[in-house]
Design a protein around this ligand. Structure first.
Ligand code: ARG
Length: 467
């Protein structure tokens, strides 16, 4: 077979005797999606080249020319003048080939002491670190909006639910701060993930390290990594950080899906607890009266695709032998989409939460339904000396009688109530009010408005302290 000119064009073409099959070329290429990491790829190359020069492996002139050439490539990419080529397979070889086309032989020396295996591992970590930082900022913005809304509604009474049945009155502020707790843990998980991914695989080369006297500490430092990774085989094969990110993203989106579900319920005419501004809703093409909460519905729906990406990545890595395998090229699309989806959903929420309009009268009315202060009556009897189990029984009978009379507990007469227990007195009516109920839960983590205001204040301090 004659040597094919096309294969000579490949940066790895030397040992090949025929051109790559056209379908295989397209099938094995990743440039259409990994070009998203071009900026990080160039950053990594600059750090590598500088280190090679400091170690005497490249001359100062060669470094200068690589720097100038990469700056040119970067600006071509940014301005849309870069010609991406599927025959160059991926972002790494597209950039390297373009560099060599611009600066000649010095470009061919850039790949000394490195492989695409440590290069890609470095690029994804740099890319994901950048994304993690923007996601963290968006998450904080959402939290700030949530905390402010909570603080403004520290005393707004709404029904609290268990089993989606009226349980006890709570405040709207307390409910919102429960959401904030979920997000606070998501923030902490994101930072944990960032700390573990922030290690430099550069220098692991193909799998075993390199014969050149490289300085891995220098490149790690230059790229803002906390340290170099410790084992070259692990460095080129590890994608835990991407799995961990998808897991963090999944948990966060699971939280957003729960909030979405509640927003959807609350905007229904059956609940009618809040109003969402028109700009976050859409209409129906057939039913003129409809105003649909599309944004929370989509966030609820989108959570599913990120759970899918987590499972994709776990399945991708399952049973892979050390070290690098081409399978790993499949890590990018799920990871990229997980990042995009989480960013968009956080943005939607951060924009929407501050403009939610609570309908406090409706919430209050709903809170009064379903004998929501029955536990308060039981606690009242306990304070008067009755064992809790007996109090539970007494209140159960009072509720049954109120159901029969089709009225609230507080609407039963004192005589009627005293028929259930002689311990009941006129002061019971204060206990049966919604305010009495929430104000009584006045301890750390409780729903009393005073506690909610305090909790909102410390939640705000926590978010502000990390900027
Ligand atoms: N495009 C590849 C990836 O995403 C880069 C590394 C390729 N390495 C190799 N030996 N083929 O994983």
């Amino acid at each position: 077979m004659s040597k094919n000119t096309d294969s000579e064009n490949k940066l790895w073409g030397g040992r090949f005797n025929e051109p790559t099959d056209a379908f295989v070329e397209r099938f094995t290429a990743s440039e259409s999606f990994d070009r998203r990491m071009a900026e990080q790829d160039i950053r990594g190359s600059l750090a590598h080249a500088k280190m090679l020069c400091d170690q005497g492996i490249l001359s100062a002139d060669e470094l200068k020319s690589i720097e100038t050439g990469l700056a040119q490539v970067k600006s071509d990419i940014e301005s849309g003048n870069f010609e991406w080529s599927v025959s160059r397979e991926d972002v790494h070889m597209n950039i390297e080939a373009a560099l060599t086309a611009i600066i000649g032989d010095a470009g061919k020396k850039l790949h000394t002491g490195r492989s695409r295996n440590d290069q890609v591992a470095t690029d994804i970590r740099l890319w994901l670190r950048d994304q993690t930082d923007s996601i963290a900022a968006e998450l904080s913005r959402l939290q700030l909006g949530l905390i402010e809304l909570a603080s403004n509604n520290a005393g707004t009474i709404m029904p609290g639910f268990t089993h989606l049945q009226s349980a006890q009155p709570v405040t709207f502020g307390h409910h919102l701060l429960a959401w904030n707790e979920m997000l606070e843990r998501d923030y902490a998980r994101l930072q944990d993930c960032r700390a573990r991914l922030n290690q430099s695989p550069l220098g692991a080369a193909a799998l075993a390290g390199t014969t050149y006297p490289i300085d891995r500490n220098q490149t790690a430092k230059e790229l803002g990594f906390d340290a170099p990774t410790r084992n070259s085989l692990d460095s080129v094969s590890d994608r835990d950080f991407a799995i961990e990110f998808c897991s963090v993203a999944s948990i966060c989106l699971m939280h957003l899906s729960r909030m979405s579900e509640e927003l959807i319920l609350w905007t229904s005419s059956q609940f009618d607890f809040i109003d969402l501004p028109d700009r976050f809703c859409t209409g129906s093409s057939i039913m003129p009266q409809k105003k649909n909460p599309d944004v929370p519905e989509l966030v609820r729906g989108k959570s599913g695709r990120v759970f899918g990406h987590l499972i994709s990545l776990l399945t991708l890595m399952k049973s892979q032998p050390l070290a690098y395998n081409k399978d790993n090229q499949e890590d990018k699309e799920p990871l990229f989409d997980a990042v995009d989806t989480l960013s968009d959903c956080l943005r939607a929420f951060a924009d929407m939460i501050p403009v939610i309009q609570p309908k406090s009268d409706n919430m209050r009315k709903a809170a009064a339904l379903g004998f929501s202060t029955a536990t308060d009556l039981a606690d009242y009897l306990v304070r008067k000396g009755l064992p809790f189990r007996d109090a539970h029984e007494v209140v159960g009978s009072a509720v049954a009688s109120a159901i029969e009379a089709n009225c609230g507990l507080e609407e039963l007469s004192l005589e009627k109530l005293q028929g259930f227990s002689g311990l009941i007195d006129q002061d019971v009516f204060e206990v049966l009010t919604l305010e009495g109920s929430v104000n009584a839960r006045d301890h750390l983590g409780g729903t009393a408005p005073a506690q909610v205001s305090k909790a909102a204040e410390s939640a705000l301090k926590l978010v502000q302290s990390r900027s």
